[in-house]
Design a protein. Structure first.
Lengths: 345, 171
């Protein structure tokens, strides 16, 4: 039965949904399979949807095929090339992520600048470049997601409306998150890798992690490996050591660390242009959507800003967010032109 | 066969519930989307060692979905809370009326067409399963292929149907 479970991991999410559905219908899942199925469901809303769709499809096909002699159809031909490849789940930091790869005009200019800079570096000689810390500010514009590879081969993904300053020095690799959110897949190197957010420093020990600079706090989630969170410049204080799967909020003022009960993988939903929020303040939710859209969500009062909600929506579907909020009896929602105003009731 | 039995018991409710999920159109489309998202988020909120979820993940999934639909029906229509499952099923059943008879006939025809175009073995498996009601295990014995392969064939058949339906809906 284990081979079934393994095979379910192949194919598109829709196909996996159908396979899990059929295994469930045959009854008697082993313990391993039950856990694997639950884990599969929890991977993304798309997995849940795929499973529900499989059920719906099964029902429809059952209705469409009334009991009759199957011999009638026997011998009917028409070989169909009906199968076409469908979308697969993109693994974290997959090498080819369609959609993110399209360079914008700004991106191209930047690459041209980088190329020019590279030529200068060649002229000056490699040794000098190693000694001289290089500083770069990299940004993703409003509504733009960017994927970058730093000089040390660390992969960075920038959420929309985000910026980092990168300093590759002789002894250390430093990135400052100036605004927004970024994920890092840190390349192994003898130099330490550190992400600075205001007074906070996140030190990596060979890791994939996500850092988000937010209104009231900084959110840090570790997908794999381990990081340490430090605060302060001169009198440094270690706030936390986070292993894979841990997500925390660090208060901007007090440095208080609050663990969050959410999967770290959910933090990376923005890379697929999804905004996912679990028991989140409305002002943070609005800020997350506003990065991606021309239409801006404005929270009009503190009571509304502090209310918490959960959801997961495509980042560009402001209409869906509006419907989502309008359905919630705590809010009053009005759209005027390019602004969605949200009040508490 | 415990989960199979649970499956049968809850089937009618699930059937209606799912029509609710997937039939909503127009202004309700976003709501339906939200429901699917919320099912997911509630699944996430449960800890990994949640005994109920692990004992019967599928049953658990539908329990979550049913709860949500119940809450949803309540907030949408300002009706009194629905405590009993039959009443819930009634509410959801009204969703089915959204789809006209014509659309249903079209869907059935699309599905039959897709199955007729399948490769011979896959088609045979689909017919045995959906027309004759033969379970995967029996099909496996009858056609002398592994149960795993039977499921693969059904998966392939359902995928073809899904694509045929998707083309019509312009999805």
């Amino acid at each position: 039965m284990n081979s079934d479970t393994t095979d379910c991991m192949n194919g598109s999410v829709a196909e996996q949904g159908v396979q899990w559905f059929l295994i469930n219908r045959d009854g008697a899942l082993s313990d391993v399979q039950r856990r694997a199925f639950l884990a599969w469901l929890r991977r993304s809303p798309e997995h849940v949807r795929a499973y529900l769709r499989a059920l719906d499809l099964h029902r429809q096909v059952g209705e469409a095929m009334p009991a009759a002699s199957s011999d009638l159809l026997e011998g009917m031909l028409a070989e169909a090339g009906a199968r076409r490849p469908t979308a697969k789940v993109v693994p974290l930091f997959a090498k080819n992520v369609a959609g993110n790869a399209v360079p914008t005009r700004r991106g191209r200019r930047r690459w041209a600048a980088l190329a020019a800079a590279a030529c200068v570096v060649l002229v000056l000689g490699a040794s000098l470049s190693r000694l001289w810390p290089q500083e770069q500010v990299l940004t993703a514009g409003h509504g733009e997601l960017r994927e970058l590879v730093l000089a040390d081969r660390t992969q960075v993904r920038l959420n929309a409306d985000s910026a980092i300053r990168v300093r590759m020095g002789w002894i250390g690799r430093q990135v400052e998150l100036l605004r927004g959110e970024a994920s890092f897949d840190v390349a192994p190197d003898r130099r330490a890798f550190e992400v600075q957010v205001g007074e906070l420093r996140v030190r990596d020990i060979g890791t994939v992690f996500d850092v988000s600079r937010r209104l009231q706090n900084t959110r840090i989630g570790v997908v794999s490996g381990e990081v340490e969170v430090w605060r302060g410049d001169s009198d440094q204080q270690r706030l936390a050591r986070l292993v894979a799967g841990r997500v925390v909020l660090v208060d901007n003022d007090t440095g208080a660390v609050q663990p969050l009960d959410m999967p770290a993988s959910m933090l990376l939903d923005w890379q697929h242009r999804k905004v996912s929020f679990l028991d989140e303040r409305l002002d943070e939710v609005a800020a997350a959507f506003n990065r991606h859209n021309r239409v801006q969500v404005v929270i009009e009062d503190d009571a509304a800003a502090a209310m918490r909600l959960s959801g997961s929506l495509d980042a560009d579907r402001i209409v869906a967010l509006q419907a989502f909020l309008a359905r919630d009896p705590r809010f009053k929602v009005q759209r005027r032109g390019d602004t969605v105003h949200v009040h508490s009731r | 066969m415990k989960s199979a039995r649970i499956w049968e018991q809850g089937y009618e409710l699930r059937r209606r519930l799912l029509r609710g999920f997937f039939l909503r159109r127009g202004s309700h489309a976003d709501d339906a989307e939200d429901l699917a998202q919320e099912v997911y988020l509630r699944l996430l909120r449960r800890s990994d060692d949640d005994a109920e979820a692990i004992a019967n993940p599928e049953g658990y999934l539908f329990a979550v979905a049913a709860n949500l639909a119940r809450e949803h029906a309540r907030t949408q229509s300002a009706r009194p809370p629905l405590d009993d499952v039959d009443l819930l099923a009634e509410v959801l059943k009204s969703e089915e009326d959204i789809e006209g008879e014509f659309e249903q006939v079209q869907r059935w025809s699309d599905i039959r067409g897709a199955i007729a175009r399948l490769p011979a073995t896959t088609r045979r498996v689909m017919e045995l399963h959906y027309r004759e009601g033969v379970e995967c295990l029996q099909i496996s014995a009858q056609l002398d292929v592994s149960v795993h392969m039977v499921r693969k064939h059904i998966g392939k058949g359902l995928e073809a149907c899904r694509q045929a339906l998707g083309t019509r809906e312009g999805a």
